[in-house]
Write a protein that binds this ligand. Structure first.
Ligand SMILES: [Cu+2]
Length: 412
């Protein structure tokens, strides 16, 4: 985390972060997970459309020394997901210490065939984190920790501090695909090119855009992901612009990766169409109001502080229900709204119609202080009258402070 000191960390199958999993659409996954921590944990598959009892939410928490073996079929199309703990009250602590990993879902679509997909060669993961660390190297996660005097906010790319070091990558193909995840507990990360050029965004966090879209930057709230490609003949440095998301946090612009091409191939033009996204007509959808609330230091959804399963608000719905939710941020704080189970489309962002990459599919989206978003979704495939999905703020401190509600999708 910081030079000259040693930090206690955690990881999946290692000391920090976790292996990237590749899932294939239509296949069945079985994971054998053993908890070697000294606390309860769960493993949530963020963005995956899987049964509620396999989702890895608080009801799936398992104790130190115990194991959990979820199994499910992959219904998702090609996209970039991630996995991380999701037990009650300990998510921030466990994620900031390193419990996070990427999931790449691969499918046999024409777009997937046309895009770079050789992991580590022309398909590169970028797990970005801005973490609070004291001068002794201890990683902080809660209010008490964040208010310490000696705090700094190192920026990490794939587990390496890039405050003073810029990672390097030699691209052996002219076109390289990048999958970027903001695994920070609360800070916002905007990715851009150091030379002012554009990034060719191909996917939001829930799959391909209808077509590749040139963007000046990609703004990711906590938990957000995106995919882009670059066709390079000269070296380019990627930058992470950090914006504080919580009571304190990082700030500034960091050169985190210099990509130097060493390639002579000429890639084909990108396909003119990557995906078909039918926009929802929400006129017949069931409307629902969700408020993100604050009561002192407690965070709430629809007025209920969700620090226990009994105290949190529960949204009850039926399998097949098509809904349009207005999510209103009644606080002046930044929030990152995350819905489990199914992807959503943005219908309105602070009263305006979405455009550009906001016409893609999402599972996590920014709700600025005093702002609102309107989203639409359809609850397909999975119903359960015992296990709930979750909806919550992905600023992990807010989640742990109670900005979380249950979502129960029932047969009828
Ligand atoms: Cu929040």
């Amino acid at each position: 985390m910081l030079s000259g000191v040693t930090s206690d960390t955690a990881g999946y199958n290692g000391s920090f972060l976790g292996p990237t999993m590749k899932w294939t659409t239509g296949s069945t996954v079985l994971l054998n997970i053993t908890n070697d921590l000294d606390a309860d944990t769960s493993v949530h598959f963020h963005g995956a459309h899987i049964p509620a009892d396999m989702d890895g939410g608080p009801q799936n928490a398992f104790a130190a020394g115990e194991s959990w073996s979820p199994t499910f079929e992959i219904l998702d199309e090609a996209k970039t997901l991630w996995y991380h703990p999701h037990a009650l009250g300990t998510t921030a602590e466990q994620v900031v210490h390193g419990l996070a990993g990427l999931i790449i879902v691969e499918d046999d679509s024409d777009a997937s065939a046309a895009l770079p997909s050789e992991y580590g060669v022309d398909d590169i993961p970028l797990v970005l984190q801005c973490l609070a660390t004291d001068s002794a190297g201890d990683i902080k996660y809660d209010l008490t920790g964040y208010l310490q005097n000696t705090l700094s906010f190192p920026v990490l790319c794939n587990g390496t501090n890039v405050d003073d070091t810029t990672l390097t990558f030699t691209a052996t193909k002219t076109r390289t695909r990048f999958r970027v995840l903001n695994a920070s507990p609360s800070d916002i990360i905007t990715v851009q090119r150091g030379d002012g050029g554009t990034l060719t965004q191909i996917a939001t966090e829930q799959g391909y855009l209808t077509s590749a879209t040139e963007v000046e930057s990609i703004r990711l709230v906590a938990g957000g992901r995106a995919e882009f490609v670059m066709d390079l003949s000269d070296a380019v440095t990627l930058q992470a612009v950090i914006t504080t998301g919580w009571v304190r946090g990082g700030s500034g612009t960091y050169d985190f990766l210099t990509v130097t091409p060493d390639a002579s191939d000429s890639p084909d033009d990108l396909p003119s169409s990557l995906n078909t996204i039918e926009r929802y007509d929400t006129s017949s959808f069931t409307a629902r109001e969700i408020t993100l609330d604050q009561d002192g230091l407690e965070m709430a959804i629809n007025g209920a502080v969700g620090t226990t399963m009994d105290s949190m608000a529960t949204i009850m719905t039926a399998l097949g229900s098509k809904e349009v939710w207005t999510i209103t941020n009644t606080t002046m704080l930044e929030h990152s709204f995350h819905l489990h189970d199914v992807p959503f489309q943005l219908i309105e962002i602070n009263g305006a119609e979405p455009a550009g990459v906001d016409l893609g599919w999402f599972d996590t989206y920014e709700v600025v202080g005093g702002g609102s978003i309107k989203i639409a979704m359809e609850f397909t495939d999975f119903a359960d009258d015992t296990y709930m999905y979750m909806l919550h703020c992905h600023l992990l401190q807010h989640e742990d402070e109670g900005m979380m509600a249950g979502l129960m999708v029932m047969e009828s």
